[in-house]
Design a protein around this ligand. Structure first.
Ligand code: SF4
Length: 377
């Protein structure tokens, strides 16, 4: 049984989230927003699978024009991610039902403008167009001031950042908002969401394990977090993030609904023995920013090629683009982020080089061997 949740109810157009409402399931289009036909097809796949809300990435004026076209051709509830440019909200808000901003990205533009003013601007813009807001905090892009004050306490940094941004929206008189606090490690997702829910039991939570990677591990990681949180009455909407081919994106919704049904029926899965030991591959779920469609195959190839190192406690991150790739590979032992023709290889925060999609696996193997040898010596 999923216990009754105690948050207030907010609305994303006609979709009620929080309180006693059913838990909503959502996902994101992975196609290029500029390819209106493909994105509409993707929205349709997700809706058919049972998505309550579909997120679309918008990075440019051209994307905004395409978003308007997409809006005109579908009734699906749409949400948009603002990346570094918070002012894009003015252009996207007329076409969507929800805007997501990441507090960790607000400092990039207009550096001297105080963060509370930027948040008040977002609240006003969303309010004018009847949009809800998601405060989307991510452990891979912690706002600099929280990084500084919390150091290695990532759980503290991300839960406090989320709580502070709730206060900023409250101060702006805006209440139709949800919070998400994500990481690729489900244990951190559980700890941070629990901590936030204690501080703000009234705020609806969007749950997810980001960069969970490929099935089956991506599903297991997500299930671990959802079981622990939802069974304690924490969580009002969910997103399962999986690295799967574009046409298979409906699987995120199907898996999400199946996890919900299992928790509701009290069917909890035991975590496979030593699941958190050994090699951990994290991979982004892909979105319209993916720079080369070979990313999905690359993620699979990395998984296969590195099997020989399965016993070693190492993390390899595979990311689809330059927007989040460089930052979100910093904490991994080895990271790859995709460009249009080359894949950038990193050792921790350090750049190793850029390689063609055909070359990169052998360079990765070389780096992996060096790391294993260094740990053995
Ligand atoms: S890393 Fe880039 S391509 Fe992958 S989900 Fe994030 S923004 Fe999209």
């Amino acid at each position: 049984m999923i216990p009754e949740r105690k948050t207030r109810t907010i609305h994303i157009r006609d979709l009620a989230i929080g309180g006693g409402e059913p838990i909503a399931v959502q996902s994101m289009a992975a196609t290029r927003t500029r390819d209106v036909e493909a994105t509409l097809r993707q929205v349709h796949i997700l809706e058919k699978a049972g998505a309550d809300l579909v997120r679309i990435a918008v990075d440019s004026k051209e994307d905004v024009e395409c978003l308007a076209e997409i809006r005109a051709q579908t009734d699906a509830r749409l949400s948009v991610d603002l990346q570094e440019s918070y002012r894009l909200a003015t252009h996207v808000a007329p076409h969507v039902d929800k805007i997501r901003y990441n507090p960790g990205h607000l400092h990039h533009h207009e550096k001297t403008r105080p963060i509370p003013e930027k948040v008040a601007f977002l609240a006003e813009t969303a309010g004018e167009h009847g949009c809800a807001i998601r405060i989307g905090v991510n452990a891979g892009s912690i706002a600099p001031e929280y990084k500084e004050s919390f150091g290695d306490d990532h759980t503290g940094a991300i839960s406090q950042c989320a709580a502070d941004h709730c206060e900023l929206l409250d101060d702006a008189g805006f209440h139709d908002y949800v919070v998400s606090i994500k990481d690729s490690d489900p244990r951190l997702v559980v700890a941070a969401n629990q901590r936030f829910a204690e501080a703000r039991p009234d705020v609806p939570l969007h749950l997810g394990v980001t960069e969970a990677g490929m099935p089956p591990d991506g599903i297991i990681k997500t299930r671990i977090a959802f079981e622990q949180l939802l069974s304690r009455g924490i969580g009002d909407t969910i997103r399962v993030s999986l690295t799967v081919p574009f046409d298979d994106k409906g699987r995120e919704i199907v898996e999400g609904r199946s996890i919900l049904a299992d928790i509701e029926a009290g069917r909890f899965r035991s975590v496979p023995p030593n699941f958190f030991d050994g090699l951990n591959i994290i991979a982004c779920p892909s979105c319209s920013r993916v720079e080369n469609e070979r990313f999905i195959d690359l993620a699979e190839e990395v998984k296969e090629m590195t099997q020989y190192a399965a016993e070693h406690d190492l993390t390899i991150a595979v990311m689809g683009c330059r927007v989040n790739g460089p930052g979100e590979t910093d904490d991994a032992d080895l990271g790859l982020w995709c460009g249009p023709t080359r894949v950038n290889l990193k050792r921790g925060a350090e750049d190793v080089g850029a390689y063609t999609y055909d070359e990169v696996l052998s360079s990765l193997r070389l780096e992996l061997d060096k790391l294993i040898a260094a740990r053995a010596s």
